[in-house]
Design a protein around this ligand. Structure first.
Ligand code: ADP
Length: 492
């Protein structure tokens, strides 16, 4: 047993509204066009559907831009372009493909601030995150895969790798540019051509990215971006020319795609939902763990498939952790995503806000205890206060279903075995966190937790070299690292 901790209640200085922060709005121009057409065969192309839909900013509900709605004929045109481009691109040398990827990475770096502002306006995430995380990590993925392009022979020594063909890629709204990078970079490194569909609420940075492709001189048709909602996605997955579908999104749509592709020769990788356990043992450095818990669930408003949305805390330190968490929550700043002081920005859409509200209501109705700091939410836009639930039991919906919002469900455990049992008691298996002073416990937990990624004494750390992906209903296939690369190639 570790020595008993001194009962040392942390002091808190609260000034209420007396020392309000001055607003610190980001003012760099985002250069968002009033309307975006489709990007097919290297050109911005008006949709054959002759329809556009509005993209609004969740931070203030104002219209940001009009986005083309691709119908079946548009998707067919994109596939025709990608199929034509494949014959040349697949024979382009790895060194040459790498040059394009390096160019894309550098151009993205050059315009990093502009992309960060656009991402925040269109999607609602705090500018600090889009600036310090989304855009730099997206560029890092292009750099990383640029390095692989001429070294594919080393990814499968003694074997010859070949591209798959035209790949259809469908991405979600939580990390729009970063998910685009996760998908496009390995596909191009391996010599595939691409049809990518961004999520309907967050298409802007994908369309801005097309201008980077043009500036990089990428041959026409190698990357095609078609915008739209579920129907556009369905047209992609049904298209006979798609050699592979790569999907990141909800488990429900992932299951639908898997059913649709069953019996075809298309390859499939799915990165779906999660309900990760973030496990805090009594010997953990509690203050650091509290920071990790906050980062684990409130990063990107909790719109993170690997969010640490279930906190499992050892009973002996549960009161201390809850007290410190409540205190920490009072200092999180919720509001204008463009303000550099903001910790928690806007919920991505009204639909998502309503889903969070409904699940939080169920938590209260099922008997969990809710804790929310008093915070002023902006009058316009979609916002939700950071929320903790204690007294949660495994059967509660808030402990089982993915909320995809700033809501943490806290459960307790007594023994490591109980922690593993509870952590694995979920249909998902994307990620987990372990907080402990004991290295051997970290190793043991990481083998027993059924999760694709296990972080130890940290959370939400990403690197292009580190494969990411799930078990069970969180999907299959990996993104990043050599494993992610090999999901875009075949051994011939
Ligand atoms: P969420 O429910 O969190 O919005 P979705 O799984 O619906 O997540 O969305 C992820 C991506 O899947 C988006 O790009 C969306 O447009 C797309 N999508 C939604 N429905 C379908 C479908 N039936 N077929 C293909 N793609 C779809």
């Amino acid at each position: 047993m570790p020595a008993k901790r001194p009962n040392n209640p942390a002091r808190e200085l609260l000034f209420g509204d007396l020392w309000e922060y001055d607003p610190a709005p980001e003012t760099a121009p985002a250069h968002i066009a009033p309307r975006y057409d489709l990007f097919i065969n290297g050109q911005f192309t008006a949709p054959k559907s002759k329809k556009w839909f509005d993209s609004i900013s969740p931070g203030n509900e104002q219209k940001v831009s009009e986005i083309a709605l691709a119908n079946e004929a548009d998707v067919n045109a994109a596939f025709a372009a990608a199929t034509a481009a494949f014959s040349k691109w697949s024979k382009t040398s790895g060194a040459e493909r790498g040059k394009y990827l390096y160019r894309i990475a550098r151009l993205l770096q050059d315009r990093a601030r502009e992309f960060a502002v656009a991402e925040t306006i269109d999607g609602g995430k705090p500018i600090r995150e889009s600036r310090d995380f989304d855009v730099p990590v997206a560029a890092a993925h292009f750099f990383y895969h640029a390095g692989w392009a001429d070294k594919l022979a080393y990814a499968a020594p003694g074997r010859t790798l070949a591209p798959l063909g035209v790949v259809g890629q469908i991405i979600p709204w939580n990390f729009p540019l970063l998910m685009l990078a996760w998908k496009i970079a390995p596909a191009l490194a391996c010599g595939n051509t691409v049809i990518l569909k961004p999520a309907e609420t967050t298409s802007v940075t994908a369309m801005k990215f097309c201008s980077i492709l043009q500036d990089a001189g990428l041959p026409p048709g190698v990357v095609n971006i078609v915008t739209g909602a579920g129907d556009t996605g369905t047209n992609i997955i049904h298209h006979p020319a798609a050699a592979k579908i790569a999907f990141t999104g909800s488990t429900a749509i992932g299951k639908f795609i898997q059913r649709t592709l069953a019996g075809t020769d298309k390859r499939l990788t799915l990165e779906l939902g999660g309900k990760a356990a973030n496990i805090v043992f009594e010997d953990a450095p509690i203050d650091q763990a509290v920071e990790g818990i906050v980062n684990g669930i409130f990063f990107n408003q909790g719109h993170v498939c690997c969010a640490g949305s279930r906190l499992l805390v050892q009973e002996s330190v549960a009161d201390e952790v809850l007290r410190k968490l409540k205190m920490r929550l009072r200092h999180l700043r919720v509001g204008d995503p463009l303000d550099k002081n903001t910790d928690i920005g806007a919920i991505n859409s009204r639909k998502q806000l309503e889903k969070i509200q409904e699940l939080v209501k169920s938590g209260v109705q099922e008997g969990a205890e809710i804790h929310q700091p008093a915070c002023k939410l902006p009058k316009r836009g979609f916002y939700f206060a950071p929320t903790l639930f204690s007294n949660v039991s495994l059967s509660h919906r808030i402990a089982r279903e993915e909320i995809f919002g700033p809501v943490l469900s806290i459960l307790t455990f007594r023994t490591p075995e109980e922690a593993v049992e509870k952590a694995n008691n979920t249909p998902y298996g994307l990620s987990a966190g372990v907080w402990t002073d004991k290295g051997s416990r970290i190793l043991k937990m990481s083998t027993e937790l059924k999760a694709g990624v296990v972080w130890a004494n940290t959370y939400n750390k990403f690197d292009p070299a580190s494969p990411f992906g799930g078990y069970k209903e969180s999907g299959f296939g990996r993104e990043g690292g050599k494993q992610g690369l090999l999901d875009y190639a075949q051994i011939v």
